[in-house]
Design a protein around this ligand. Structure first.
Ligand code: GLN
Length: 207
């Protein structure tokens, strides 16, 4: 049985936990999902989710609780991390905001609240590279960041909206500006955790 951690210092935690369970079931894997609020739990996790919420708050709490360094070690070991919205902002190299102490796990520059000027939230059908089928993904954007610079050789752009990257992969880390956990569609969780050839996951036979 795999162990998933959802970083739960702030943000939409329960929705990620449910999406991870759906994605695991779709990949014939058994998984236990744990909510992480303090240091010490991340090292036992095979996969991690960093949810949306408020990036300055998440950043501060991650560092105060000592979880930030553990997330960095998780990725350094090649284990999968999926960061959504505020999670993407915190995981980026440059969040363009002094109140965010970035983890530097996704080599992109982001702009907070980039789509917020047009509309606070909206849903858009996205073509996302690497999904198991071609059906557009119902992407929910909520005061979402945009990615300004994804030119790093380490980064693959998986989807764009309005001409800007909104889903990326950097080795074992996948980041989206939108919220896949808020839909019934768990394909991007599946991609991030179970279909990433650049990430390390215990094999099903070892379970
Ligand atoms: N606007 C938020 C921020 O910049 C992110 C929004 C979200 O996670 N839905 O932190």
């Amino acid at each position: 049985t795999l162990r998933a951690g959802v970083v739960a210092v702030q943000g939409d935690v329960a929705e990620h936990a449910a999406a991870i369970e759906r994605a695991a079931a779709a990949h014939d894997r058994t998984i236990d999902v744990e909510e992480i609020r303090t240091a010490g739990a991340v090292p036992d996790c095979d996969v991690l989710a960093l949810p949306g919420g408020e990036s300055t708050t998440i950043s501060r709490l991650l560092h105060d609780e000592g979880i930030a360094a553990e997330v960095e070690a998780h990725v350094a070991a090649g284990k999968p991390l999926f960061a959504t919205c505020a999670g993407l902002i915190v995981a980026a190299t440059d969040a363009g905001d002094d109140r965010v102490d970035e983890l530097g796990l996704i080599d992109v520059t982001v702009e907070r609240n980039a789509f917020g000027r047009q509309a606070d939230s909206f849903e858009a059908p996205l073509d996302v590279q690497g999904l198991a089928d071609d059906a557009p993904f119902p992407a929910v954007f909520i005061r979402a960041p945009a990615i300004d610079d994804a030119s790093s050789a380490a980064v693959d752009v998986l989807a764009t909206w309005d001409g800007r990257p909104v889903a990326v992969r950097d080795g074992p880390v996948v980041g989206t500006a939108f919220h896949p956990e808020l839909t019934r569609d768990s394909r991007i969780h599946g991609l991030a955790f179970f279909e990433n050839d650049d990430a390390v996951l215990p094999s099903a036979t070892a379970e």
